[in-house]
Design a protein around this ligand. Structure first.
Ligand code: GTP
Length: 594
């Protein structure tokens, strides 16, 4: 145990986490050049394309140092706020963290929020300034920022270029010399912290864990502490470049277990694996992850519903954080109300449905989860605008709030204040990291973030602001349901829940946007926004005569058919609502309001 070091790399997005991980693996010959893909730790296609690490994995590095051989377990952490619970559990499995900061960017919001998570977990922090090879590297300035932030001595900050391989040896030495070896008792009952799991179509769910106490042998009857359900350890082992089976794994080790479980839902990140015949307590910090954002997913072709259901079931087998239930929409027919960890998670699911499962779907306006208290004393969780009780029967509504960290240049404080206050935010703190760099802390309603906060933040700071957040619970609020009518017909899939103070303006902008997005048709289209029976905004789209086949003079039938087919292709993502055709963009128009 004394030669084991468990660590992770925490960084703001794009500061070089994956590149550094690759260099560490290369330098220690954990992988050969031949095996070296662009980024081995990101093994999902989508991850590579989006350039972010979605699921945490782990890899074992063997490294000789000063006459002894060390086992270094690098636990990868997902780099996005949607997955921050997974990050916190990955950190809980480590004793230390490399805090990686881009020399040309300096400290950013995610650097700070990840650092706080690491401090909460009592990790030894090793600050590393990366990308020192760049022309724009501001090494001294970034050093000052780091010293200011974590109160370390400047000489403890390491300099590196993950890209050119500078400083890698020094980082390995620091991992061994500064990060404590795991503590824990090999003779105590087994406690293994689950920090991740992946679905494998041949082997079922593979669980990744860190053993805090005790040991685990192949064939042991294990138990999950949260549910007290038992399984057999069909295979246990450690994570080299591939899974390496072992007879036994012990305190301090990071490893995997295969039990034949097929459904991701049975395995919960943060849960404790213990032994059925000698169960231990659960490791503290376990939480059931709750979806934060909800939206409808509907097949474009109504008869593709059963197929879509099949795909959703399969997706859920390997993504336990996806929830869904049947939803019926007057406008869109049968579909699913899905719960996601956040907007990125929603995008990922949508893309996987399309790419891996070949589904063409319509996603409706996302909303957060509200809590409604009725005058009768009932409490209802509202994950869908249609579930909102009638205003006359409503006592009060609560909405989720977040604490947001924004790091920016002092020049943009004014713009950010205007933006956040306009989004019903409250400023909690303002602190200078250096004379020009500021960290602002706000409390904001989550629903305002879901809509278009990120784009607005970018445009009002010319990209010079970074942003991260975490949920801080529910607060009472005045939320109303806004309906959209097309030619007097209510389109339930376009309804949104919004704060009363912003409703009028929101309704007006939404009608304007829909006017832009809906194609003109051969009759007039009236777009209206309404709160209850009250119309708050209206737009008209005038009629247009258009007959694509007219040009063919009735003669060439095959040409006519081709044109019609072409037009049909263009319609693929159109949904007929009453007599109006509505394109997919319209269902997400809310996200694009100015
Ligand atoms: P996420 O996984 O998206 O959070 O990003 P990351 O932090 O893993 O960053 P990644 O390793 O993907 O690097 C981001 C970009 O920075 C890539 O284009 C890298 O090639 C580049 N990069 C990483 N390290 C260095 C470095 O030391 N010097 C220079 N010049 N570029 C680097």
């Amino acid at each position: 145990m004394k030669n084991i070091r468990n660590f992770c790399i925490i960084a703001h997005i794009d500061h070089g986490k994956s590149t550094l991980a690759d260099r560490l693996l290369e330098f220690t010959h954990t992988i050969s050049d031949r095996d070296m893909q662009a980024q081995v730790l990101d093994d999902m296609d989508l991850e590579r394309e989006k350039g972010i690490t979605i699921k945490s994995h782990a890899i074992q590095i063997t490294y000789p140092f000063k006459g002894e051989t060390y086992t270094l377990n690098l636990i990868d952490t997902p780099g996005h706020v949607d997955f921050s619970y997974e990050v916190s559990r990955a950190l809980a499995a480590c004793e230390g963290a490399l805090l990686l900061v881009d020399a040309s960017q300096g400290i950013q919001a995610q650097t700070i929020s990840n650092l706080y998570l690491a401090i909460d977990n009592n990790l030894e922090i090793i600050p590393v300034i990366n990308k020192i090879d760049m022309d724009g590297a501001m090494i001294e300035e970034v050093k000052d920022q780091i010293v200011e932030l974590i109160g370390c001595k400047p000489e403890t900050i390491l300099l590196a270029s993950a890209k050119s391989g500078i400083g890698i040896e020094g980082i390995l030495a620091a991992i061994i010399e500064r990060i404590p070896a795991p503590s824990g008792n090999v003779d105590a009952p087994l406690q293994a912290l689950i920090f991740d799991s992946v679905f494998n179509s041949f082997r079922g769910i593979i669980i990744y864990y860190r053993i805090m106490n005790g040991s685990l042998k192949k064939g042991d009857k294990i138990q999950f502490a949260s549910t007290r359900t038992d399984y057999f350890a069909d295979e246990v082992g450690v994570l080299k470049l591939t899974m390496t089976a072992k007879d036994e794994v012990k305190t301090g080790d990071v490893g995997y277990i295969i039990t034949g479980i097929k459904n991701a839902k049975e395995v919960k990140v943060g849960d404790t694996i213990t032994l059925a015949n000698n169960p231990a307590e659960m490791i503290k910090g376990f939480e059931e992850v709750k979806p934060m954002v909800f939206a409808g997913i509907f097949p474009v072709e109504t008869d593709a519903f059963e197929e879509l259901r099949d795909c959703m079931d399969k997706l859920q087998l390997n993504d336990a954080s996806l929830t869904f239930e049947l939803e019926t929409s007057q406008a869109l027919g049968f579909g699913f109300r899905c719960g996601f960890l956040g907007m990125l998670h929603m995008e990922i699911i949508q893309e996987r449905l399309e790419r891996e499962f070949n589904q063409t779907v319509i996603t409706t306006v996302p909303n957060v989860s509200f809590i409604a208290h009725t005058s009768k004393g009932d409490t209802i969780t509202v994950n869908n605008p249609t579930e909102m009780p009638d205003p006359t029967k409503l006592e009060s509504i609560e909405e989720p709030f977040i604490k947001a960290q924004i790091v920016t240049h002092a020049d943009y404080i004014g713009n950010i204040m205007t933006l956040c206050l306009g989004k019903r935010g409250i400023i909690i703190n303002q602190s200078y990291l250096t004379s020009t760099r500021v960290e602002l802390t706000f409390e904001l309603p989550l629903t305002e973030i879901v809509f278009d906060f990120y784009d607005k933040l970018k445009s009002s700071t010319r990209g010079y602001a970074s942003f991260d957040y975490h949920p801080i619970g529910y607060r009472e609020s005045d939320i109303v349901k806004m309906d959209i009518l097309l030619n007097s017909e209510k389109v339930d899939a376009l309804s949104a829940l919004i704060h009363r103070g912003r409703a009028q303006d929101f309704g007006r902008k939404l009608c304007e946007k829909l006017k832009e997005l809906l194609p003109r048709q051969q009759f007039q289209i009236v777009i209206q926004a309404a709160i209850g029976a009250k119309i708050v905004a209206r737009e008209n789209i005038s009629a247009m005569r258009k007959d694509v086949t007219a040009k063919c003079y009735g003669g060439d039938i095959s040409r006519k058919r081709k044109l019609l087919e072409k037009q049909k292709e263009g319609k693929k993502r159109m949904k007929q609502i009453g007599n109006v055709e509505v394109p997919q963009e319209a269902f997400l128009a809310v996200l694009k309001l100015d």
